[in-house]
Design a binder for this molecule. Structure first.
Ligand code: ACO
Length: 422
Protein backbone atom coordinates (compact mmCIF):
# COMPACT_ATOMS: atom_id res chain seq x y z
CA UNK A 1 0.00 0.00 0.00
CA UNK A 2 3.04 2.20 0.49
CA UNK A 3 3.36 3.54 -3.06
CA UNK A 4 -0.16 5.00 -2.90
CA UNK A 5 -1.01 7.96 -0.71
CA UNK A 6 -4.60 6.89 -0.15
CA UNK A 7 -6.88 3.97 -0.81
CA UNK A 8 -8.60 6.11 -3.43
CA UNK A 9 -5.28 6.65 -5.28
CA UNK A 10 -4.68 2.97 -5.19
CA UNK A 11 -8.12 2.11 -6.55
CA UNK A 12 -7.69 4.69 -9.31
CA UNK A 13 -4.34 3.16 -10.27
CA UNK A 14 -5.30 -0.50 -10.13
CA UNK A 15 -8.92 -0.39 -11.30
CA UNK A 16 -10.33 1.29 -14.38
CA UNK A 17 -13.88 2.06 -13.34
CA UNK A 18 -16.27 2.18 -16.28
CA UNK A 19 -19.06 3.02 -13.84
CA UNK A 20 -17.51 6.42 -13.39
CA UNK A 21 -17.16 7.30 -17.08
CA UNK A 22 -19.63 10.12 -17.79
CA UNK A 23 -21.50 9.14 -14.67
CA UNK A 24 -24.72 11.07 -14.77
CA UNK A 25 -25.74 10.86 -11.21
CA UNK A 26 -26.97 8.42 -8.65
CA UNK A 27 -26.30 11.31 -6.37
CA UNK A 28 -27.98 10.96 -3.05
CA UNK A 29 -29.84 14.16 -2.16
CA UNK A 30 -28.45 15.90 0.95
CA UNK A 31 -31.65 15.26 2.88
CA UNK A 32 -31.98 11.62 1.76
CA UNK A 33 -33.56 9.24 4.23
CA UNK A 34 -33.70 5.46 4.27
CA UNK A 35 -36.99 3.91 5.31
CA UNK A 36 -36.97 0.32 6.55
CA UNK A 37 -40.13 -1.64 5.81
CA UNK A 38 -38.96 -5.04 7.10
CA UNK A 39 -41.36 -4.99 10.05
CA UNK A 40 -44.38 -3.99 7.95
CA UNK A 41 -44.13 -4.99 4.29
CA UNK A 42 -41.58 -7.68 5.20
CA UNK A 43 -44.11 -9.29 7.50
CA UNK A 44 -46.75 -9.31 4.76
CA UNK A 45 -44.84 -12.12 3.08
CA UNK A 46 -46.80 -15.35 3.61
CA UNK A 47 -43.69 -17.42 4.41
CA UNK A 48 -42.31 -15.37 7.30
CA UNK A 49 -42.75 -15.83 11.03
CA UNK A 50 -43.71 -12.74 13.06
CA UNK A 51 -40.56 -12.05 15.10
CA UNK A 52 -40.54 -11.70 18.87
CA UNK A 53 -40.61 -8.14 20.22
CA UNK A 54 -37.04 -8.61 21.43
CA UNK A 55 -35.87 -9.52 17.92
CA UNK A 56 -37.82 -6.60 16.46
CA UNK A 57 -36.11 -4.24 18.88
CA UNK A 58 -32.67 -5.72 18.14
CA UNK A 59 -33.35 -5.20 14.46
CA UNK A 60 -34.51 -1.61 14.99
CA UNK A 61 -31.35 -0.78 16.97
CA UNK A 62 -29.24 -2.35 14.22
CA UNK A 63 -31.05 -0.18 11.68
CA UNK A 64 -30.05 2.83 13.72
CA UNK A 65 -26.40 1.72 13.73
CA UNK A 66 -26.58 1.35 9.96
CA UNK A 67 -27.72 4.96 9.65
CA UNK A 68 -31.24 4.01 8.55
CA UNK A 69 -33.44 6.95 9.49
CA UNK A 70 -36.94 5.50 9.79
CA UNK A 71 -38.76 2.24 10.23
CA UNK A 72 -42.33 1.17 9.77
CA UNK A 73 -43.26 -0.94 12.77
CA UNK A 74 -46.62 -2.18 11.54
CA UNK A 75 -50.33 -1.50 11.27
CA UNK A 76 -51.55 -0.77 14.81
CA UNK A 77 -55.16 -0.64 13.61
CA UNK A 78 -55.08 -4.18 12.24
CA UNK A 79 -55.57 -6.03 15.57
CA UNK A 80 -55.28 -5.51 19.33
CA UNK A 81 -52.06 -7.55 19.34
CA UNK A 82 -50.59 -5.40 16.55
CA UNK A 83 -51.45 -2.30 18.57
CA UNK A 84 -49.89 -3.64 21.78
CA UNK A 85 -46.73 -4.72 19.91
CA UNK A 86 -46.39 -1.28 18.27
CA UNK A 87 -46.94 0.37 21.66
CA UNK A 88 -44.27 -1.70 23.39
CA UNK A 89 -41.79 -1.13 20.59
CA UNK A 90 -42.45 2.62 20.52
CA UNK A 91 -42.07 2.90 24.30
CA UNK A 92 -38.81 0.92 24.28
CA UNK A 93 -37.40 3.08 21.49
CA UNK A 94 -38.44 6.23 23.36
CA UNK A 95 -36.85 5.13 26.63
CA UNK A 96 -33.64 4.18 24.78
CA UNK A 97 -33.65 7.68 23.22
CA UNK A 98 -33.38 6.07 19.80
CA UNK A 99 -32.86 8.42 16.89
CA UNK A 100 -34.78 6.14 14.54
CA UNK A 101 -38.11 7.70 13.54
CA UNK A 102 -41.10 5.46 13.93
CA UNK A 103 -43.76 5.13 11.25
CA UNK A 104 -46.94 3.11 11.06
CA UNK A 105 -49.17 2.23 8.15
CA UNK A 106 -52.92 2.21 7.81
CA UNK A 107 -55.72 2.57 5.31
CA UNK A 108 -57.16 6.03 4.81
CA UNK A 109 -59.95 5.13 7.19
CA UNK A 110 -60.59 6.67 10.57
CA UNK A 111 -60.43 3.31 12.33
CA UNK A 112 -56.86 2.79 11.08
CA UNK A 113 -55.65 6.32 11.85
CA UNK A 114 -56.97 6.75 15.39
CA UNK A 115 -54.86 3.86 16.78
CA UNK A 116 -51.75 5.67 15.49
CA UNK A 117 -52.80 8.83 17.32
CA UNK A 118 -53.40 6.85 20.51
CA UNK A 119 -50.07 5.07 20.04
CA UNK A 120 -48.24 8.35 19.66
CA UNK A 121 -49.88 9.80 22.76
CA UNK A 122 -49.32 6.74 24.94
CA UNK A 123 -45.72 6.18 23.83
CA UNK A 124 -44.89 9.87 23.94
CA UNK A 125 -43.31 9.77 20.51
CA UNK A 126 -44.35 11.28 17.17
CA UNK A 127 -45.55 8.58 14.79
CA UNK A 128 -45.24 9.20 11.07
CA UNK A 129 -48.53 8.18 9.51
CA UNK A 130 -48.35 6.31 6.21
CA UNK A 131 -51.97 6.43 5.03
CA UNK A 132 -52.59 4.39 1.91
CA UNK A 133 -55.31 3.93 -0.68
CA UNK A 134 -55.34 2.31 -4.12
CA UNK A 135 -55.30 4.88 -6.91
CA UNK A 136 -54.98 2.91 -10.15
CA UNK A 137 -57.88 2.21 -12.51
CA UNK A 138 -57.53 -1.53 -11.89
CA UNK A 139 -57.85 -1.01 -8.11
CA UNK A 140 -60.71 1.42 -8.56
CA UNK A 141 -62.49 -1.08 -10.79
CA UNK A 142 -61.98 -4.01 -8.39
CA UNK A 143 -63.11 -1.98 -5.37
CA UNK A 144 -65.88 -0.04 -7.17
CA UNK A 145 -64.32 3.23 -6.02
CA UNK A 146 -64.40 6.50 -7.93
CA UNK A 147 -61.89 9.31 -7.64
CA UNK A 148 -64.27 11.48 -5.64
CA UNK A 149 -64.66 8.77 -3.02
CA UNK A 150 -60.91 8.14 -2.84
CA UNK A 151 -60.22 11.86 -2.45
CA UNK A 152 -62.89 12.22 0.22
CA UNK A 153 -61.64 9.23 2.25
CA UNK A 154 -58.08 10.44 1.92
CA UNK A 155 -58.96 13.94 3.08
CA UNK A 156 -60.86 12.67 6.15
CA UNK A 157 -58.00 10.43 7.21
CA UNK A 158 -55.33 13.07 6.65
CA UNK A 159 -57.37 15.69 8.52
CA UNK A 160 -57.61 13.54 11.65
CA UNK A 161 -53.89 12.74 11.75
CA UNK A 162 -52.79 16.29 10.96
CA UNK A 163 -55.14 17.68 13.61
CA UNK A 164 -53.47 15.36 16.11
CA UNK A 165 -50.11 16.87 15.16
CA UNK A 166 -48.76 13.87 13.25
CA UNK A 167 -46.77 13.98 10.02
CA UNK A 168 -48.70 12.34 7.22
CA UNK A 169 -47.31 10.66 4.15
CA UNK A 170 -50.01 10.04 1.60
CA UNK A 171 -49.49 6.68 -0.09
CA UNK A 172 -51.17 6.05 -3.42
CA UNK A 173 -51.01 2.30 -3.87
CA UNK A 174 -50.21 1.15 -7.42
CA UNK A 175 -49.09 4.67 -8.35
CA UNK A 176 -47.02 3.28 -11.23
CA UNK A 177 -50.24 2.21 -13.02
CA UNK A 178 -52.35 5.23 -12.05
CA UNK A 179 -53.62 7.95 -14.41
CA UNK A 180 -51.92 11.34 -14.23
CA UNK A 181 -55.19 13.27 -13.89
CA UNK A 182 -56.23 11.10 -10.94
CA UNK A 183 -52.82 11.45 -9.28
CA UNK A 184 -52.92 15.21 -9.78
CA UNK A 185 -56.32 15.41 -8.05
CA UNK A 186 -55.27 13.12 -5.20
CA UNK A 187 -51.84 14.65 -4.58
CA UNK A 188 -53.25 18.20 -4.58
CA UNK A 189 -56.03 17.24 -2.20
CA UNK A 190 -53.61 15.43 0.12
CA UNK A 191 -51.23 18.38 0.20
CA UNK A 192 -54.11 20.81 0.73
CA UNK A 193 -55.21 18.77 3.73
CA UNK A 194 -51.74 18.85 5.25
CA UNK A 195 -49.89 15.75 3.99
CA UNK A 196 -46.19 16.55 4.14
CA UNK A 197 -45.07 13.81 1.81
CA UNK A 198 -46.29 11.79 -1.16
CA UNK A 199 -45.32 8.12 -1.37
CA UNK A 200 -45.12 6.73 -4.88
CA UNK A 201 -45.77 3.02 -4.67
CA UNK A 202 -44.80 0.45 -7.22
CA UNK A 203 -47.10 -1.90 -5.36
CA UNK A 204 -47.04 -4.71 -7.92
CA UNK A 205 -43.45 -4.31 -9.14
CA UNK A 206 -44.47 -2.91 -12.52
CA UNK A 207 -41.97 -0.06 -12.91
CA UNK A 208 -38.81 0.14 -14.97
CA UNK A 209 -36.24 2.91 -14.33
CA UNK A 210 -37.94 4.93 -17.11
CA UNK A 211 -41.22 4.66 -15.24
CA UNK A 212 -39.52 5.79 -12.03
CA UNK A 213 -38.10 8.86 -13.77
CA UNK A 214 -41.39 9.75 -15.47
CA UNK A 215 -43.44 9.40 -12.32
CA UNK A 216 -41.07 11.28 -10.03
CA UNK A 217 -40.71 14.13 -12.54
CA UNK A 218 -44.48 14.29 -12.87
CA UNK A 219 -44.92 14.35 -9.08
CA UNK A 220 -42.34 17.10 -8.67
CA UNK A 221 -44.31 19.17 -11.17
CA UNK A 222 -47.60 18.59 -9.35
CA UNK A 223 -45.99 19.56 -6.04
CA UNK A 224 -44.43 22.65 -7.63
CA UNK A 225 -47.87 23.58 -8.95
CA UNK A 226 -49.21 23.74 -5.38
CA UNK A 227 -46.62 26.39 -4.56
CA UNK A 228 -45.21 24.21 -1.77
CA UNK A 229 -41.49 23.55 -1.55
CA UNK A 230 -41.52 21.41 1.58
CA UNK A 231 -43.37 18.32 0.33
CA UNK A 232 -41.10 15.28 0.10
CA UNK A 233 -41.32 12.27 -2.17
CA UNK A 234 -41.04 8.64 -1.05
CA UNK A 235 -40.36 5.74 -3.38
CA UNK A 236 -41.67 2.30 -2.41
CA UNK A 237 -40.92 -0.47 -4.90
CA UNK A 238 -41.48 -4.20 -5.34
CA UNK A 239 -39.41 -6.80 -7.10
CA UNK A 240 -41.85 -8.67 -9.32
CA UNK A 241 -39.78 -7.90 -12.42
CA UNK A 242 -36.49 -8.15 -10.52
CA UNK A 243 -35.96 -4.38 -10.82
CA UNK A 244 -36.66 -3.22 -7.27
CA UNK A 245 -33.04 -2.46 -6.35
CA UNK A 246 -32.27 -0.69 -9.61
CA UNK A 247 -35.49 1.33 -9.32
CA UNK A 248 -34.72 2.27 -5.71
CA UNK A 249 -31.29 3.62 -6.67
CA UNK A 250 -32.68 5.51 -9.65
CA UNK A 251 -35.50 6.92 -7.50
CA UNK A 252 -32.91 8.78 -5.43
CA UNK A 253 -31.27 10.07 -8.57
CA UNK A 254 -34.55 11.25 -10.07
CA UNK A 255 -35.61 13.19 -7.00
CA UNK A 256 -37.15 11.00 -4.32
CA UNK A 257 -35.65 11.98 -0.99
CA UNK A 258 -36.83 8.91 0.92
CA UNK A 259 -36.58 5.37 -0.40
CA UNK A 260 -38.08 2.25 1.18
CA UNK A 261 -36.40 -1.13 1.43
CA UNK A 262 -36.45 -4.28 3.54
CA UNK A 263 -33.83 -6.60 4.98
CA UNK A 264 -32.97 -9.26 2.38
CA UNK A 265 -35.71 -7.75 0.20
CA UNK A 266 -38.36 -9.74 2.07
CA UNK A 267 -41.89 -8.50 1.51
CA UNK A 268 -45.20 -9.05 -0.18
CA UNK A 269 -44.88 -11.79 -2.89
CA UNK A 270 -41.28 -11.64 -4.22
CA UNK A 271 -40.50 -8.70 -1.98
CA UNK A 272 -39.11 -5.20 -2.00
CA UNK A 273 -35.82 -3.46 -2.71
CA UNK A 274 -33.21 -5.07 -0.42
CA UNK A 275 -31.94 -2.59 2.15
CA UNK A 276 -28.49 -4.12 2.53
CA UNK A 277 -27.88 -4.02 -1.22
CA UNK A 278 -29.17 -0.48 -1.54
CA UNK A 279 -26.79 0.71 1.19
CA UNK A 280 -23.95 -1.34 -0.26
CA UNK A 281 -24.39 0.13 -3.74
CA UNK A 282 -24.62 3.66 -2.43
CA UNK A 283 -21.45 3.07 -0.43
CA UNK A 284 -19.64 1.69 -3.49
CA UNK A 285 -20.81 4.74 -5.46
CA UNK A 286 -19.19 6.92 -2.81
CA UNK A 287 -22.55 8.24 -1.64
CA UNK A 288 -22.61 7.22 2.02
CA UNK A 289 -20.79 9.04 4.77
CA UNK A 290 -19.25 7.65 7.95
CA UNK A 291 -22.66 7.65 9.67
CA UNK A 292 -23.38 4.31 8.02
CA UNK A 293 -21.51 1.47 9.69
CA UNK A 294 -21.72 -1.18 6.98
CA UNK A 295 -19.85 -3.72 9.09
CA UNK A 296 -23.28 -4.16 10.72
CA UNK A 297 -24.88 -5.31 7.46
CA UNK A 298 -23.99 -8.93 8.04
CA UNK A 299 -25.55 -8.93 11.52
CA UNK A 300 -28.60 -7.06 10.21
CA UNK A 301 -29.19 -9.50 7.36
CA UNK A 302 -28.57 -12.54 9.54
CA UNK A 303 -30.97 -11.24 12.17
CA UNK A 304 -33.66 -10.65 9.53
CA UNK A 305 -33.09 -14.22 8.38
CA UNK A 306 -33.23 -15.69 11.89
CA UNK A 307 -36.05 -13.56 13.26
CA UNK A 308 -38.36 -13.96 10.24
CA UNK A 309 -37.30 -17.58 9.55
CA UNK A 310 -36.28 -16.46 6.09
CA UNK A 311 -33.55 -18.45 4.35
CA UNK A 312 -30.69 -16.61 2.65
CA UNK A 313 -30.06 -18.00 -0.86
CA UNK A 314 -26.50 -19.33 -1.11
CA UNK A 315 -25.68 -17.01 -4.01
CA UNK A 316 -27.17 -13.90 -2.35
CA UNK A 317 -24.78 -10.92 -2.58
CA UNK A 318 -22.95 -9.89 0.60
CA UNK A 319 -24.40 -12.43 2.98
CA UNK A 320 -24.99 -15.61 0.95
CA UNK A 321 -22.72 -18.57 1.70
CA UNK A 322 -20.98 -18.31 -1.68
CA UNK A 323 -20.71 -14.52 -1.84
CA UNK A 324 -16.99 -14.69 -1.03
CA UNK A 325 -16.20 -18.37 -1.68
CA UNK A 326 -14.56 -19.95 -4.71
CA UNK A 327 -13.35 -23.39 -5.76
CA UNK A 328 -12.20 -22.19 -9.19
CA UNK A 329 -8.50 -22.63 -9.88
CA UNK A 330 -7.82 -19.42 -11.79
CA UNK A 331 -9.79 -17.28 -9.33
CA UNK A 332 -8.31 -18.97 -6.29
CA UNK A 333 -4.75 -18.62 -7.65
CA UNK A 334 -5.12 -14.85 -8.02
CA UNK A 335 -6.71 -14.45 -4.59
CA UNK A 336 -4.02 -16.60 -3.01
CA UNK A 337 -1.24 -14.57 -4.67
CA UNK A 338 -2.81 -11.42 -3.21
CA UNK A 339 -2.99 -12.99 0.24
CA UNK A 340 0.64 -14.16 -0.11
CA UNK A 341 1.63 -10.54 -0.72
CA UNK A 342 0.02 -9.81 2.65
CA UNK A 343 -2.40 -7.60 0.77
CA UNK A 344 -5.98 -7.92 2.01
CA UNK A 345 -7.10 -4.92 -0.08
CA UNK A 346 -6.02 -6.76 -3.22
CA UNK A 347 -7.35 -10.14 -2.11
CA UNK A 348 -10.75 -8.58 -1.47
CA UNK A 349 -10.97 -6.99 -4.91
CA UNK A 350 -9.12 -9.23 -7.33
CA UNK A 351 -12.13 -11.48 -7.96
CA UNK A 352 -15.04 -9.71 -6.31
CA UNK A 353 -16.96 -6.55 -7.13
CA UNK A 354 -17.64 -6.16 -3.42
CA UNK A 355 -14.72 -6.16 -0.97
CA UNK A 356 -15.43 -8.86 1.62
CA UNK A 357 -13.65 -6.89 4.35
CA UNK A 358 -16.09 -3.99 3.94
CA UNK A 359 -18.70 -6.01 5.78
CA UNK A 360 -16.34 -8.07 7.91
CA UNK A 361 -16.15 -11.16 5.73
CA UNK A 362 -13.12 -12.85 4.14
CA UNK A 363 -12.49 -14.70 0.91
CA UNK A 364 -12.75 -18.48 1.24
CA UNK A 365 -11.06 -21.04 -0.99
CA UNK A 366 -12.46 -24.55 -1.47
CA UNK A 367 -11.26 -27.57 -3.42
CA UNK A 368 -13.42 -29.04 -6.18
CA UNK A 369 -13.43 -30.40 -9.72
CA UNK A 370 -12.74 -26.85 -11.05
CA UNK A 371 -9.72 -26.38 -8.76
CA UNK A 372 -5.97 -26.31 -9.35
CA UNK A 373 -2.88 -26.77 -7.22
CA UNK A 374 -3.25 -23.28 -5.75
CA UNK A 375 -6.49 -24.23 -4.01
CA UNK A 376 -4.91 -27.32 -2.52
CA UNK A 377 -1.71 -25.63 -1.38
CA UNK A 378 -3.72 -22.84 0.24
CA UNK A 379 -6.04 -25.29 1.97
CA UNK A 380 -3.06 -27.22 3.36
CA UNK A 381 -1.16 -24.09 4.43
CA UNK A 382 -4.21 -22.80 6.33
CA UNK A 383 -4.11 -25.99 8.39
CA UNK A 384 -0.30 -26.08 8.76
CA UNK A 385 -0.10 -29.31 6.78
CA UNK A 386 3.18 -29.51 4.85
CA UNK A 387 2.57 -29.73 1.13
CA UNK A 388 4.34 -31.92 -1.39
CA UNK A 389 3.81 -32.74 -5.04
CA UNK A 390 2.37 -36.18 -4.39
CA UNK A 391 -0.13 -34.96 -1.81
CA UNK A 392 -1.30 -32.12 -4.03
CA UNK A 393 -1.75 -34.33 -7.07
CA UNK A 394 -3.57 -36.99 -5.03
CA UNK A 395 -6.02 -34.44 -3.59
CA UNK A 396 -6.57 -32.91 -7.03
CA UNK A 397 -7.09 -36.33 -8.61
CA UNK A 398 -9.80 -37.07 -6.03
CA UNK A 399 -11.37 -33.61 -6.49
CA UNK A 400 -11.53 -33.98 -10.28
CA UNK A 401 -13.36 -37.28 -9.91
CA UNK A 402 -16.17 -35.75 -7.86
CA UNK A 403 -19.26 -33.85 -9.04
CA UNK A 404 -19.10 -31.30 -6.19
CA UNK A 405 -16.52 -29.63 -3.98
CA UNK A 406 -14.69 -31.75 -1.41
CA UNK A 407 -15.62 -31.60 2.25
CA UNK A 408 -12.83 -30.93 4.72
CA UNK A 409 -13.14 -34.53 5.97
CA UNK A 410 -12.68 -35.86 2.43
CA UNK A 411 -9.52 -33.79 1.93
CA UNK A 412 -8.19 -34.91 5.32
CA UNK A 413 -8.84 -38.55 4.40
CA UNK A 414 -6.58 -38.14 1.36
CA UNK A 415 -3.95 -36.41 3.53
CA UNK A 416 -4.01 -39.39 5.94
CA UNK A 417 -3.88 -41.93 3.12
CA UNK A 418 -0.86 -40.29 1.49
CA UNK A 419 0.84 -39.94 4.88
CA UNK A 420 0.38 -43.66 5.63
CA UNK A 421 1.61 -44.66 2.18
CA UNK A 422 4.83 -42.66 2.43
C1 ACO B 1 -49.78 -0.64 1.33
C2 ACO B 1 -50.05 -2.09 1.37
O1 ACO B 1 -49.19 -2.94 1.32
S1 ACO B 1 -51.64 -2.60 1.53
C3 ACO B 1 -51.56 -3.94 2.67
C4 ACO B 1 -51.66 -3.47 4.04
N1 ACO B 1 -51.51 -4.51 5.02
C5 ACO B 1 -52.45 -5.39 5.35
O2 ACO B 1 -53.52 -5.48 4.76
C6 ACO B 1 -52.11 -6.32 6.48
C7 ACO B 1 -53.03 -6.16 7.69
N2 ACO B 1 -54.43 -6.22 7.32
C8 ACO B 1 -55.40 -6.67 8.14
O3 ACO B 1 -55.15 -7.11 9.26
C9 ACO B 1 -56.79 -6.60 7.63
O4 ACO B 1 -56.81 -6.68 6.22
C10 ACO B 1 -57.49 -5.29 8.09
C11 ACO B 1 -57.64 -5.31 9.61
C12 ACO B 1 -56.70 -4.05 7.66
C13 ACO B 1 -58.88 -5.18 7.45
O5 ACO B 1 -59.59 -6.36 7.73
P1 ACO B 1 -61.11 -6.51 7.24
O6 ACO B 1 -61.90 -5.35 7.74
O7 ACO B 1 -61.57 -7.85 7.66
O8 ACO B 1 -61.09 -6.34 5.66
P2 ACO B 1 -60.41 -7.23 4.55
O9 ACO B 1 -58.98 -7.47 4.92
O10 ACO B 1 -61.22 -8.45 4.28
O11 ACO B 1 -60.49 -6.32 3.27
C14 ACO B 1 -59.84 -5.09 3.21
C15 ACO B 1 -60.87 -3.99 3.22
O12 ACO B 1 -60.20 -2.75 3.29
C16 ACO B 1 -60.76 -1.89 2.28
N3 ACO B 1 -59.78 -0.86 2.01
C17 ACO B 1 -58.53 -1.00 1.59
N4 ACO B 1 -57.92 0.20 1.53
C18 ACO B 1 -58.86 1.09 1.92
C19 ACO B 1 -58.85 2.48 2.09
N5 ACO B 1 -57.76 3.18 1.89
N6 ACO B 1 -59.99 3.09 2.49
C20 ACO B 1 -61.09 2.38 2.74
N7 ACO B 1 -61.14 1.05 2.63
C21 ACO B 1 -60.04 0.42 2.22
C22 ACO B 1 -61.08 -2.82 1.16
O13 ACO B 1 -61.96 -2.26 0.25
C23 ACO B 1 -61.71 -3.95 1.95
O14 ACO B 1 -63.00 -3.51 2.29
P3 ACO B 1 -64.29 -4.48 2.37
O15 ACO B 1 -64.04 -5.33 3.56
O16 ACO B 1 -65.43 -3.56 2.51
O17 ACO B 1 -64.28 -5.26 1.11
Amino acid sequence: MSEFATERDRAADLIFDWNEVNRKGRILPKNATFFDETLRDGLQNPSVVDPSIDDKLKLLFLMEELGIHMADIGLPGSSPRAFEDCLRISKELTSAKAKLRVACAGRTVVSDITPMIELSQRAGVPIDVYAFIGSSPIRQYAESWDVGLIAQRSAEAIDIAVKAGLEVTYVTEDTTRSRPDVLTTLFRAAIDHGASRICLSDTVGHATPDGVRNLIQFTKNVIAGTGRTDVGIDWHGHNDRGLALENALWAFEYGADRVHATGLGVGERVGNAPMELMLLNLKLLGQLDEGHDLTKLLEYSQLVSKALHWGIPINYPLVGRDAFRTATGVHAAAIIKSIAKGDRWLADRIYSGVPAGMIGRTQEICIGFMSGASNVNFWLALRNIPSNERLVSEILRTAKGLDRIMTDDEVMAVVERVREAS
